[in-house]
Design a protein around this ligand. Structure first.
Ligand SMILES: [Zn+2]
Length: 274
């Protein structure tokens, strides 16, 4: 498992972007993860809100996408968005999906992960505590991007993403470079006993996965769970970078549903083949 200097961001930039050296090193993608900073939205969306579905005005969100995408050298009109309903469903997208959910209405629903091998097509997922999973196969030139909250993690959507890349593009799991991106950490993520049980039953158990506090409340580590999912899917441990950025620990810099409730904007992960 890698962390430390492998994840970087310049907080003094006009538009801060969280990036990963392992993805840069593949040489075949543009990528980034947004923060709350650098956008034009006002009120409780201030300032970088990347969701059209939370009540922010469309012009501001358009501008935010345009600004952020320009910063990471991708075309915001070629974004393919998902509707993210906490499924484990992964869909292969092509040129005809460009702009889906961004410059034209959504027509495909109940998808939480996407894969493609089309250069220039921009995969995104929205986040505010749930985990983004990036997948890049530099051999077959294919990518995947997945939204993995606790339900998606329990249903192993990360594994479904790897399998979709194998099925559609012939990717070998051991070639895939993965990132578990900014999202809620174990200390910030208290869950009910029911949810803890789901993970205690089907994942490798340790305090690092589910920690039972002295007051008998449970803390779930979605980073560890998704790491297990990726390794179980055949990815190499040394090819997986795990974030240091918790949304809940930094609600001033990142959107966190747990910390700010429903009156908030949304972060986004971006991944695009060059
Ligand atoms: Zn935290």
């Amino acid at each position: 498992m890698n962390s430390d200097n492998r994840e970087y961001v310049n907080w003094d930039a006009d538009i801060p972007v969280i990036r990963y050296k392992a993805l840069d090193d593949t040489g075949c993608v543009e990528h980034g993860f947004s923060t709350r900073l650098g956008g034009v939205s006002g009120g409780h969306f201030r300032s970088m809100n990347l969701s059209y579905t939370r009540g922010d005005n469309k012009e501001a969100v358009d501008k935010n996408f345009e600004r952020f995408c320009s910063e990471i050298r991708i075309d915001w009109k070629k974004i393919v968005s998902t509707d993210q309903t906490h499924t484990a469903n992964v869909r292969a997208v092509t040129e005809k999906d460009a702009g889906h959910g961004i410059i034209r209405p959504k027509t495909v629903f109940d998808i939480d992960g996407q894969v493609t091998n089309v250069p220039g097509l921009v995969l995104i997922t929205n986040h505010a505590d749930c985990v983004p999973l990036f997948f890049v196969d530099p051999v077959k030139k294919a990518i995947g991007l997945t939204h993995s909250g606790w339900r998606g993690t329990a249903a192993r959507i990360g594994k479904n993403t790897v399998e979709a890349m194998t099925e559609y593009y012939g990717s070998r799991p051991e070639d895939i470079i993965g990132v578990i991106g900014p999202s809620i950490c174990q200390s910030c993520y208290e869950v009910s006993e029911d949810v803890a049980e789901v993970f205690l039953k089907s994942f490798r158990v340790s305090d690092r996965l589910v920690y039972e506090k002295p007051d008998h409340k449970f803390q779930l580590n979605l980073w560890e769970a998704n790491y297990q999912v990726m390794v179980d899917a055949g990815m190499r441990p040394e090819n997986i970078t795990v974030t240091r950025w918790c949304t809940g620990c930094h609600p001033d810099l990142l959107w966190s549903h747990r910390k700010t409730g429903a009156n908030r904007g949304s972060l986004a992960a971006f991944l695009c083949l060059k």
